[in-house]
Each structure stands twice: as C-alpha cells, then as structure tokens.
Design a protein around this ligand. Sequence first.
Ligand SMILES: [Zn+2]
Length: 350
Amino acid sequence: MIDFAEIRRRVPLRQFVESCGVSLSEDGENWRGKCPLHREKHGASLLIYPDDRWFCHGKCSEGGDVVGFAQAFWEETDLKHTVQRLLGEGVEISQQSNRNRSNVVAKSSQKWPALDSVRIRELVEPGWGLYDLWERSPVKFDSSESHAEQIIDILFPGDPFLCCGWTQYEFETRRREPWRGELHGLQFIVPNPMLEMQGRTQGKRLSQHAKESTAARVYLTIEFDFSEKEASEIRGKRQKERQEAINQIAQEWHQKGISVAEACSALHLDLARRLPLVLVVHSAGRSLHGWYYVYGQADQRLLPFMQYAYSIGADHVTWTRSQFVRMPDGLRNGRRQSTFHFDPSQAVRL
Ligand SMILES: [Zn+2]
C-alpha cells in the first residue's frame, strides 16, 4: 500500500517543482510559475497552494499532489515506479536543507561536463583492473566475513556521530560506539561525520539525515554507473546523450569480455593519482565505489576533480556531502558489499 501522506511529508511539493527547473514566485499565500507540464512559454498558470496541492489553470486544467505532478512531469505510466523515483530523489531534495534560492540556482547552473568516451576507453582498454586494485591494497581481507567495524573505526576515529541506513528511508544518527555490532548488516552510510543528532531539512522538518547537520567533507566518494538504460526513459537532452554514450561503452565492454567491475577498477586507479584513495567498495551490484580523502580541501578545489570523475562516468549525486553511499563490508539484499582495496594510512587522523 502506498502511503501518500508520508510521501507528501518526505517530498515537499514546492521544492520538488523547483527541482524540476520551475522558478516559483510568491503570489499571496500561494506560489506561481510556468507550467512545465504543458511547456508553458508565456504566462504562469501553475499554482502551488499552501496545502501542498497544485493546479494548472492553463492548458492542463488539472491538479493534484506531488505524486501526480511527478507522474505527469516524468511521463510515468507506472505509479509504483513514480513513487520509488520520487522517494529516491526526494531524499536528495530534503537534503538541500537551508539552501536559499540563489544557491539552488547556482546548483542547477553548475556545469557537469559531457561524457568523455575517448578518455574512458584509453583508461579501461589497457586492462588494469580488480587484480591491480587488490595487489596495491596495503590491507587485504581474505575472509568472507564483514570487517565493517574495523574499517569504520579507522575511517571515523574518535566516536563521532554517524548517520547510517538500513535503507534510504530507514536511518539513524548515533555516535560511533552505539553502532558497534550492527554495521555489517547495514546498506548505507553518510561518508562524513554528522555534527549533531539531527538538523532541519529544507522543509524545516527535523531529520537525522540532513545536510545542515553534516560536517565538512572528510571523504568524497565516487560511484561509477555503467548500467544500460533505455535512453528514451531519461529526461533532458544532455542526460539522454550521456546515457546513449554509456550504453555504447557498456556494450563494447560486454563484447570484449570486460566486466563493469574491471572497468571501474581501472577508472579508480586513474582517480587515485589525483587524490588519496582510501578504500574501494563493491556495490554488490556491478559497480565499485571509491572513497577519496579530501579533509580540509575547499569545494572550489575539489569541484574540478568531481567534474573530471563525472566526465569518465561517475554519478554526480555523491557531490552532496550528506548523500548516502554503500557501507563498506555492509549488506545489500543478503550480499556483501565487499571492500576490495583498503589503505588505512590515507584515512583521517585525529
Ligand atoms: Zn499546464
């Protein structure tokens, strides 16, 4: 059963509409903007009411809640899929706590470069891979049991607050010690400590997973995603093009017998020449996630690294410092998110 009230609470309509690229201005107690559902050019027929409902007084002449808006905007036919997407992206939206309007504009105009297929092939085709990552790892875990506790002790010394999740929507922030014994069963962790137990989300709701209460970056994680998807299901011209290029590369690798994990290894080995690589975690899907040590570095200096990573196939969501990433040696649907590479000498020191 879908709990619509819960979804509306998690994904505030106004923030969601803004995240779709609509700029809203105050109109009495309502908000008003150009309706993206009928690609409105003149006028501003979309109204958002204080009770989190919308109505297009123009061509659409329809309205509803955030779920209906998302479904129409994404042109989704499957309600369940819409809800899943909404909750996935809703977490992102609620993480943009205390972000004022000018920041939102700055974020959306932040340029993420196009995929550099030539560079990706250059890096992957020489055949560097998993074996090299493993070989170069100062710590090699040879048993199949979880070393999550040991890894987290080294990544986060000094009993800081850590935000960890069983799922994207079930999470808690506790000091490190109260987590002891449970980490091996968890899927997610915020790769930076939390400043306090909870903070306010943009919707002014108290949450134990808010960007506001996330400390400065200690680690920047890079997640590659080379899974093939229907480009026609992707919204936005640039994103469509990116997905088409990714599909082509993934098919080439498939024909050449290069696994996605091998390819990701080669890409992380390249990134590791730019920033200290602390660990590499297998997503228990097909991807490998790298943790890079960045403490004390300003975002201005890190952004070019992130942009380069994006150009060779990384997901940019991990640029948000409160974004959940895979728990090292945690568990995903019964499968171990194994740590392939671990260099404690590159981790933070107190
Ligand atoms: Zn409309």
